[in-house]
Design a protein around this ligand. Structure first.
Ligand code: GLN
Length: 537
């Protein structure tokens, strides 16, 4: 394979313009033209990874198959490309500095003053080039987090400047910017974009392509004006208009010919027209659902929907697979109790209890699960949601009123969820959970087995606590069975109820593996069960 080409994506004017979606959409188009593409995110904060961040700070923490705790944009990359990312695809300032400081302590720079330039920028450049050197990719897209002009992103923009100089036509930069519409003036305004490009130029980076977020279409005149002020070709001013769905964006970018402009600048052949048949079919079904169901997501971070990004996207994929619109109702676990649970969940065709940490909202989750169990509402519990299902069953079916997880109640006699053995000696918080993909054997003749249609599966994890196997027999005798087990250490990975139409709890996170082209079977079957509940109701 020829040496990889590099695309840098920066953002200007404001945050939240959707660099991740633009990067993923461009990658999708290039992949659909036959190129092998990967996307990397560089995050300018000091945390070594986002694993230690509260979801209110930064949304969901995504987990890769090799156990990296990453920014949620990596979820978009995987969902769009249907290809796994890895540790190398997300790098933070914390990780860069940690590497450089460790090298300094080892004496690697002996005698030298260790500085941002060249030592930090060299480490940033090494991390960018690393993905290119694997030989797996024709094109590496690197998204720089934050907004140009931030103090934090300066070393990254400087690294882009150096790499563009070193790599010549093998690298290009795309600047995503905002063209605001001023209602009072009735006009789209280009000035913030001009200023943002100026800020980039001051740092020595001339963007090759401008992707312009806008609420209204950009006229040819406006594009010419932007091109003139920002030293780019008119055809490199790309309109990035607000879309109904993030999954529309690849087609909108295709219409704007972003992929063609990129390939021309990288001196790569167009190969063939993008192969997007499956993608278009997906969009067709997304926009023309035949059925609709209402599913509740019970969690404690619901003020910030990004905290459950992958779950929400998995429902979109699974809805399309069933030609059904899934209307998600976000239900705050702290606001549920025994007295109001029927009014909050009674009208739903499915209930999902979300992952999480700590005791806040736990009793609300348990009440929701009890209601779903007793009223035959399809239920999916993920990670903490599965653990709560185990606690609920122990308390209300087996009759151990004090049953709990030692995460919430270290002293309980019925620790049905307990600290994992190999977690006991761990004292540091960062990157020390059970992370990444582990194998699981699905037991024949169970619901889980009919969902997966195979016995050996692999799913991604992020937890410290587990089902306490000491109590397994009592659970199975009472009707909650372990239908998925890790073959290496016997950890219970899936539980389900024998006497319920569809009640499954999983210790892993299926939402991390659902993509447009491969919707996750657990979500697909959960939505199907919810449709059946509706038909039967
Ligand atoms: N807090 C639980 C644990 O650590 C569940 C984690 C989660 O839901 N991701 O085991």
């Amino acid at each position: 394979m020829a040496a990889a080409k590099f695309i840098f994506v920066t953002g200007g004017v404001t945050s939240s313009l959707g660099k991740g979606i633009i990067s993923a959409s461009l990658a999708k188009l290039l992949q659909a033209r036959g190129y092998s593409v990967t996307i990397q995110k560089l995050d300018p904060y000091i945390n070594v990874d986002p694993g230690t961040l509260n979801p209110y700070e930064h949304g969901e923490c995504y987990v890769t198959h090799d156990g990296a705790e990453t920014d949620l944009d990596l979820g978009h990359y995987e969902r769009f490309l249907n290809a796994p990312t890895s540790q190398a695809n997300n790098v933070t300032t914390g990780r860069i500095y940690q590497t450089v400081i460790n090298k300094e302590r080892e004496g690697e720079y002996l005698g030298k003053t260790v500085q941002i330039i060249p030592h930090i920028t060299d480490e940033i450049k090494r991390r960018i080039k690393l993905l290119g050197e694997t030989g797996e990719f024709d094109i590496v897209i690197t998204e720089i987090g934050g907004t140009v002009g931030d103090i934090e992103s300066l070393p990254y923009v400087e690294s882009v400047r150096q790499l563009k100089w070193e790599l010549g036509s093998a690298a290009l930069s795309i600047h995503l910017t905002l063209i605001p519409y001023l209602a009072a003036a009735g006009e789209l305004k280009t000035k913030p974009t001009q200023h943002s490009v100026k800020a980039l130029l001051e740092l020595g980076v001339q963007p090759d392509i401008l992707a312009c977020r806008t609420e209204k279409p950009l006229s040819a005149d406006l594009k010419r004006k932007i091109a003139l002020f920002c030293n780019v070709n008119v055809n490199a001013v790309i309109e990035a208009i607000d879309a109904d769905s993030i999954y529309d964006v690849p087609l909108l970018m295709y219409k704007e010919q972003l992929d063609k402009v990129v390939l021309a600048k990288l001196k790569l052949p167009l190969q063939h027209e993008p192969e997007l048949k499956q993608w278009k079919e997906f969009l067709g079904k997304l926009k023309n659902p035949i059925n609709q169901v209402r599913i509740g997501i019970v969690g404690k971070y619901i003020e910030l929907k990004d905290a459950y990004k992958s779950i929400a996207e998995s429902f979109i994929h699974a809805g399309v697979a069933n030609e059904c619109k899934v209307i998600v109702e976000w239900i705050h676990s702290e606001k549920i109790d025994e007295t109001n649970v029927a009014s909050k969940l009674g009208h739903l065709q499915g209930v999902l209890v979300a992952p999480g940490f700590g005791g806040r909202g736990i009793e609300g989750k348990i009440s929701a699960i009890k209601y779903a169990r007793e009223n035959n509402i399809p239920f999916l519990g993920i990670c903490l949601g599965m653990q709560c299902a185990v606690i609920e069953f122990a308390r209300n079916v087996i009759g151990w009123k004090d049953a709990h997880s030692t995460e919430m109640s270290p002293e309980t006699k019925h620790a049905v969820i307990d600290f994992m053995e190999d977690q006991k000696k761990i004292t540091k918080k960062g990157g020390t959970m059970r992370l990444g993909e582990y194998p699981c054997i699905v037991q024949k003749g169970t619901k889980a087995s009919s969902v997966y249609g195979k016995q050996k599966i692999g799913e991604r994890h992020r937890h410290r606590y587990e089902f306490n196997n000491k109590f397994l027999k009592q659970f199975e005798d009472a009707g909650m069975i372990a239908s998925g087990i890790n073959p290496d250490n016997n950890l219970v990975e899936i539980v389900e109820l024998k006497n319920h139409p569809w009640f499954i709890g999983v210790q892993f996170h299926p939402e991390y593996k659902s993509t447009v082209e491969a919707p996750h079977p657990l979500f697909v079957r959960f939505v199907k069960a919810s449709m059946e509940k509706q038909a039967g109701a």
